[in-house]
Design a protein around this ligand. Structure first.
Ligand code: ADP
Ligand code: TRP
Length: 338
């Protein structure tokens, strides 16, 4: 995807849901990649609580979960003095724009969203309307800041494409080049981290088995146990990457290793070709403990200081609102609502 119009300020926005239990997939696929972007772009990182409530969330837990996401951002290296870290529902312009975009997006486009189909499953008639229009709110999150770049894991690519379709239609209906076409930033290295129990499914918060994921709050012992128990193939690691393609568990473990080590997949694969899984698992455990351990310790420290975290979120919301209110006014102008 290319052709972001150059007359827009380069701006990054991404979001993570406060649904509890952030995991290695969230970190390697998304949060880790936010960090270097703040050097190059004006960046906003959002705790998307309105997305979280598209499925039931216990009201008593929500503040704690928001603090956990803010803590994960900061512990991973996002600098609250440089980037805007904020909470979605504190900036009502997201929902205001979302309604306008609901009137631009077409039912047919939303009907094609695979995440909705996956999450709704056989329960399509009983899930919330919010779960269906979720991608439109996501488009509003991005467009209310006229963000040009959106770092996400690969599972969000289709939602980004929908946001681009909305931009094209909006610009065509109202005013050429009003919104920029947002570009996804998806790093190939860790685009999709798979479940440790079934590498054909993505690692996810909603998997019922704790052993399917490494949580960012796991102790070193838990990391060790989970990697020991991680499913492997009966055969040793093969001799070529082509053969690895038919061994999803092996591929996943090497993907995790290479993403934690920040090295090319091919180089990591080379270290373990034709070796036994036990050797890979011992090294992977060490690498994971080195990577996740310090983040977990910092997260714990931050979470114990809720006042500090809520202060960061409030301050971020103020700054975000400054941009968002201006864009919303422009939207109301071009659509004739003002
Ligand atoms: P989840 O899908 O677990 O509910 P979120 O919706 O909060 O997580 O996603 C936060 C970010 O983490 C998104 O950018 C998403 O693409 C990324 N992400 C989630 N799961 C994975 C995974 N298994 N591998 C890579 N990235 C992931
Ligand atoms: N839908 C994203 C996810 O599940 C979270 C999200 C909400 C988001 N709004 C966003 C990501 C805006 C990027 C930009 O992972």
């Amino acid at each position: 995807m290319s052709n972001v119009k150059t007359n827009f300020t380069k701006r990054v926005l991404s979001g993570v849901q406060p649904t509890g239990g952030l995991h290695l997939g969230n970190y390697l696929g998304a949060i880790k990649n936010f960090v270097p972007l703040q050097e190059k772009y004006e960046s906003l990182f959002c705790v998307v609580d309105l997305h979280a409530i598209t499925t039931w969330q216990d009201p008593g837990d929500l503040t704690q979960k928001k603090c956990e996401v803010a803590a994960a951002f900061i512990a991973s290296g996002i600098d609250p003095n440089r980037s805007i870290i904020f909470n979605q529902s504190s900036v009502p312009e997201h929902t205001q724009l979302s309604w306008v975009l609901n009137c631009v997006a077409r039912m047919g486009w939303l009907n094609r969203m695979t995440q909705f189909k996956d999450k709704a499953g056989k329960n399509k008639e009983k899930v919330s309307v919010g779960l269906f229009s979720y991608p439109v709110l996501m488009a509003a999150d991005i467009l209310i800041y006229k963000a040009t770049h959106v770092p996400v894991g690969e599972d969000q690519k289709q939602h980004l494409e929908l946001a681009r379709d909305i931009v094209l239609k909006f610009n065509n209906d109202f005013k050429k080049e009003f919104f920029p076409l947002p570009e996804p930033i998806i790093l190939k290295k860790a685009a999709r981290i798979m479940s440790l129990r079934d590498a054909t499914k993505k690692m996810s918060k909603s998997d019922t088995s704790e052993f399917s994921r490494i949580s960012l709050m796991d102790s070193n012992d838990e990391i060790d146990k989970k990697i020991k128990k991680a499913k492997t193939d009966a055969l040793p690691i093969p001799s070529s990457i082509e053969l690895l393609e038919s061994m999803p568990e092996a591929k996943n473990l090497i993907t995790i290793y290479s993403a934690c080590e920040d090295e090319d997949f091919e180089i990591s694969f080379d270290k373990y070709r034709e070796k036994n899984f036990s050797e890979l698992k011992v090294d992977l455990t060490e690498v994971l403990i080195n990577k996740i351990g310090p983040i977990r310790d910092e997260m714990k420290k931050l979470i114990s200081d809720k006042k500090y975290l809520l202060g960061i979120l409030n301050n971020g919301s103020e700054k975000a609102k400054n941009i968002a209110s201006h864009v919303l006014k422009e939207v109301y102008d071009v659509t004739g609502l003002n």
